[in-house]
Ligand binder design. Sequence first.
Ligand code: MN
Length: 237
Amino acid sequence: MTASERQSLSADLVIAPPAVPTLAVKHTNARFPVNRIFCIGRNYAAHAVEMGHDPDKEPPFFFLKHGGAVVSDGTFPYPPESADVHHEVELVVALATGGSDIAVADALDHVFGYGVGLDMTRRDLQAEAKSLGRPWEVAKSFEASAPCGPLVPASAIGHPDQGAISLAVNGHTRQEGDLNQMLWKVPEIISTLSRFFALQPGDIIMSGTPSGVGAVSRGDIITASIGCIGNIKVDVV
Ligand code: MN
Protein backbone atom coordinates (compact mmCIF):
# COMPACT_ATOMS: atom_id res chain seq x y z
CA MET A 1 0.00 0.00 0.00
CA THR A 2 1.35 3.43 -0.90
CA ALA A 3 1.37 6.35 1.52
CA SER A 4 -1.43 8.10 -0.39
CA GLU A 5 -3.54 4.93 -0.42
CA ARG A 6 -3.05 4.71 3.34
CA GLN A 7 -4.05 8.34 3.72
CA SER A 8 -7.25 7.95 1.69
CA LEU A 9 -8.13 4.83 3.65
CA SER A 10 -7.62 6.65 6.91
CA ALA A 11 -9.91 9.48 5.72
CA ASP A 12 -12.74 6.92 5.50
CA LEU A 13 -12.34 5.51 9.01
CA VAL A 14 -15.32 6.14 11.26
CA ILE A 15 -13.15 6.51 14.36
CA ALA A 16 -9.50 7.50 14.76
CA PRO A 17 -7.20 4.49 14.36
CA PRO A 18 -5.09 3.48 17.35
CA ALA A 19 -1.55 4.84 17.49
CA VAL A 20 1.17 2.48 16.28
CA PRO A 21 3.08 1.21 19.33
CA THR A 22 6.82 1.78 18.98
CA LEU A 23 10.10 1.06 20.73
CA ALA A 24 13.14 3.31 20.75
CA VAL A 25 16.25 2.23 18.87
CA LYS A 26 19.30 2.80 21.06
CA HIS A 27 21.63 5.66 20.07
CA THR A 28 19.26 6.95 17.37
CA ASN A 29 16.09 9.05 17.14
CA ALA A 30 14.43 6.31 15.09
CA ARG A 31 11.70 4.08 16.48
CA PHE A 32 10.69 0.50 15.72
CA PRO A 33 6.96 -0.03 15.03
CA VAL A 34 5.63 -3.01 16.97
CA ASN A 35 3.15 -5.34 15.30
CA ARG A 36 2.39 -8.54 17.23
CA ILE A 37 4.09 -9.89 20.36
CA PHE A 38 4.76 -13.63 20.28
CA CYS A 39 5.83 -15.28 23.53
CA ILE A 40 7.27 -18.75 24.11
CA GLY A 41 6.41 -20.62 27.31
CA ARG A 42 8.80 -22.55 29.59
CA ASN A 43 11.94 -21.97 27.55
CA TYR A 44 14.36 -22.26 30.48
CA ALA A 45 14.38 -25.63 32.30
CA ALA A 46 14.70 -24.12 35.80
CA HIS A 47 11.64 -21.92 35.20
CA ALA A 48 9.64 -24.92 33.90
CA VAL A 49 10.51 -26.71 37.16
CA GLU A 50 9.52 -23.77 39.39
CA MET A 51 6.15 -23.70 37.58
CA GLY A 52 5.66 -27.39 38.40
CA HIS A 53 6.58 -28.85 35.01
CA ASP A 54 9.11 -31.27 33.60
CA PRO A 55 12.50 -29.70 32.74
CA ASP A 56 12.85 -31.79 29.56
CA LYS A 57 12.83 -30.08 26.18
CA GLU A 58 9.31 -30.41 24.86
CA PRO A 59 7.88 -29.01 21.62
CA PRO A 60 7.64 -25.23 22.07
CA PHE A 61 4.28 -23.60 22.73
CA PHE A 62 3.36 -19.99 22.12
CA PHE A 63 0.94 -17.34 23.21
CA LEU A 64 0.47 -13.74 22.08
CA LYS A 65 0.21 -10.37 23.66
CA HIS A 66 -1.49 -7.51 21.84
CA GLY A 67 1.15 -5.26 20.21
CA GLY A 68 -0.25 -2.27 22.08
CA ALA A 69 0.82 -3.95 25.33
CA VAL A 70 4.36 -2.60 24.94
CA VAL A 71 5.21 0.23 27.31
CA SER A 72 8.56 1.96 27.27
CA ASP A 73 8.23 4.98 29.52
CA GLY A 74 9.78 3.25 32.54
CA THR A 75 6.51 2.59 34.33
CA PHE A 76 4.32 -0.45 34.80
CA PRO A 77 0.79 0.40 35.92
CA TYR A 78 -0.32 -2.39 38.30
CA PRO A 79 -3.31 -4.00 36.56
CA PRO A 80 -6.76 -4.46 38.11
CA GLU A 81 -8.33 -7.84 38.98
CA SER A 82 -5.15 -9.48 40.24
CA ALA A 83 -3.36 -9.80 43.59
CA ASP A 84 -0.37 -11.72 42.22
CA VAL A 85 1.34 -9.99 39.29
CA HIS A 86 4.72 -11.53 38.42
CA HIS A 87 7.81 -10.29 36.60
CA GLU A 88 9.45 -12.39 33.85
CA VAL A 89 12.61 -10.91 32.30
CA GLU A 90 13.08 -11.94 28.67
CA LEU A 91 15.27 -11.34 25.64
CA VAL A 92 13.16 -9.49 23.07
CA VAL A 93 13.78 -10.31 19.40
CA ALA A 94 12.48 -7.73 16.90
CA LEU A 95 11.86 -8.80 13.29
CA ALA A 96 12.69 -6.51 10.37
CA THR A 97 11.28 -8.89 7.79
CA GLY A 98 8.72 -11.66 7.91
CA GLY A 99 7.95 -14.88 6.11
CA SER A 100 6.51 -18.36 6.32
CA ASP A 101 8.42 -21.62 6.65
CA ILE A 102 11.68 -19.85 7.44
CA ALA A 103 14.62 -22.25 7.69
CA VAL A 104 16.56 -22.28 10.97
CA ALA A 105 19.71 -21.39 9.02
CA ASP A 106 18.05 -18.27 7.55
CA ALA A 107 16.12 -17.18 10.64
CA LEU A 108 18.57 -14.63 12.04
CA ASP A 109 18.58 -12.76 8.69
CA HIS A 110 15.07 -11.59 9.65
CA VAL A 111 16.11 -10.01 12.95
CA PHE A 112 16.36 -6.25 13.28
CA GLY A 113 17.65 -6.24 16.82
CA TYR A 114 17.28 -7.17 20.45
CA GLY A 115 16.01 -5.68 23.67
CA VAL A 116 15.28 -6.33 27.33
CA GLY A 117 11.59 -6.92 28.04
CA LEU A 118 9.25 -8.00 30.82
CA ASP A 119 6.45 -10.51 30.25
CA MET A 120 4.29 -9.27 33.12
CA THR A 121 1.79 -11.91 34.18
CA ARG A 122 -1.31 -12.04 36.36
CA ARG A 123 -0.17 -15.34 37.89
CA ASP A 124 -3.36 -15.90 39.86
CA LEU A 125 -5.50 -15.60 36.72
CA GLN A 126 -3.05 -17.74 34.73
CA ALA A 127 -3.25 -20.51 37.36
CA GLU A 128 -7.04 -20.33 37.23
CA ALA A 129 -7.02 -20.45 33.41
CA LYS A 130 -4.69 -23.46 33.45
CA SER A 131 -6.84 -25.36 35.93
CA LEU A 132 -10.04 -24.65 33.98
CA GLY A 133 -8.48 -25.21 30.53
CA ARG A 134 -9.23 -21.62 29.55
CA PRO A 135 -7.17 -19.24 27.36
CA TRP A 136 -4.44 -17.07 28.89
CA GLU A 137 -5.25 -13.59 27.53
CA VAL A 138 -6.49 -12.11 30.81
CA ALA A 139 -3.27 -13.33 32.45
CA LYS A 140 -0.85 -12.27 29.73
CA SER A 141 -2.24 -9.71 27.29
CA PHE A 142 -3.52 -6.88 29.48
CA GLU A 143 -2.56 -3.25 28.88
CA ALA A 144 1.11 -2.41 29.55
CA SER A 145 1.90 -6.10 30.12
CA ALA A 146 5.08 -5.84 28.03
CA PRO A 147 7.48 -3.18 29.38
CA CYS A 148 10.43 -3.06 26.97
CA GLY A 149 13.67 -1.13 26.77
CA PRO A 150 15.21 0.32 23.62
CA LEU A 151 16.21 -2.07 20.85
CA VAL A 152 19.85 -2.56 19.95
CA PRO A 153 20.34 -3.34 16.24
CA ALA A 154 21.90 -6.68 15.36
CA SER A 155 24.18 -4.66 13.08
CA ALA A 156 25.78 -3.28 16.26
CA ILE A 157 25.95 -6.34 18.53
CA GLY A 158 25.40 -9.38 16.33
CA HIS A 159 23.08 -12.13 17.54
CA PRO A 160 23.58 -12.88 21.25
CA ASP A 161 23.21 -16.57 22.15
CA GLN A 162 24.87 -16.32 25.55
CA GLY A 163 25.28 -13.76 28.30
CA ALA A 164 23.81 -13.01 31.70
CA ILE A 165 20.09 -12.23 32.00
CA SER A 166 18.88 -10.99 35.37
CA LEU A 167 16.20 -9.06 37.21
CA ALA A 168 16.10 -7.39 40.60
CA VAL A 169 13.25 -5.86 42.61
CA ASN A 170 14.22 -2.95 44.88
CA GLY A 171 17.86 -3.93 44.42
CA HIS A 172 17.40 -7.58 45.47
CA THR A 173 18.21 -10.08 42.73
CA ARG A 174 15.27 -12.35 41.90
CA GLN A 175 16.10 -13.85 38.49
CA GLU A 176 19.52 -14.88 37.24
CA GLY A 177 20.28 -16.97 34.20
CA ASP A 178 22.16 -17.09 30.92
CA LEU A 179 20.82 -16.82 27.38
CA ASN A 180 22.65 -20.08 26.65
CA GLN A 181 20.12 -21.87 28.91
CA MET A 182 17.28 -21.38 26.43
CA LEU A 183 15.83 -24.77 25.50
CA TRP A 184 14.73 -23.47 22.09
CA LYS A 185 17.25 -21.06 20.57
CA VAL A 186 16.22 -17.87 18.80
CA PRO A 187 16.63 -19.26 15.23
CA GLU A 188 14.54 -22.33 16.18
CA ILE A 189 11.84 -20.13 17.74
CA ILE A 190 11.60 -17.96 14.60
CA SER A 191 11.56 -21.00 12.30
CA THR A 192 8.88 -22.80 14.33
CA LEU A 193 6.69 -19.70 14.68
CA SER A 194 6.90 -19.16 10.91
CA ARG A 195 5.30 -22.55 10.30
CA PHE A 196 2.20 -21.52 12.24
CA PHE A 197 2.08 -17.80 11.41
CA ALA A 198 3.09 -15.68 8.41
CA LEU A 199 5.57 -13.56 10.33
CA GLN A 200 5.51 -9.86 9.56
CA PRO A 201 7.95 -6.96 9.86
CA GLY A 202 7.47 -5.41 13.29
CA ASP A 203 6.58 -8.66 15.04
CA ILE A 204 8.53 -9.09 18.26
CA ILE A 205 9.24 -12.27 20.19
CA MET A 206 9.64 -12.64 23.95
CA SER A 207 11.94 -15.65 24.21
CA GLY A 208 11.16 -17.00 27.67
CA THR A 209 12.28 -16.33 31.22
CA PRO A 210 14.85 -17.88 33.56
CA SER A 211 13.80 -19.05 37.02
CA GLY A 212 13.08 -16.76 39.95
CA VAL A 213 9.80 -15.21 38.84
CA GLY A 214 7.86 -13.53 41.62
CA ALA A 215 5.32 -10.95 42.60
CA VAL A 216 5.63 -7.17 42.47
CA SER A 217 3.70 -4.48 44.33
CA ARG A 218 2.96 -0.82 43.66
CA GLY A 219 6.02 1.23 44.57
CA ASP A 220 8.51 -1.50 43.63
CA ILE A 221 11.39 -0.68 41.31
CA ILE A 222 12.24 -3.41 38.81
CA THR A 223 15.66 -3.39 37.20
CA ALA A 224 16.55 -5.91 34.52
CA SER A 225 19.66 -6.53 32.49
CA ILE A 226 20.92 -8.62 29.59
CA GLY A 227 24.69 -8.73 29.07
CA CYS A 228 25.37 -7.11 25.71
CA ILE A 229 22.05 -5.25 25.41
CA GLY A 230 21.76 -3.13 28.53
CA ASN A 231 19.56 -2.38 31.50
CA ILE A 232 16.01 -1.23 32.02
CA LYS A 233 14.36 0.30 35.08
CA VAL A 234 10.62 0.05 35.52
CA ASP A 235 8.61 1.61 38.36
CA VAL A 236 5.49 -0.28 39.42
CA VAL A 237 2.84 2.42 39.78
MN1 MN B 1 7.25 -15.40 29.70
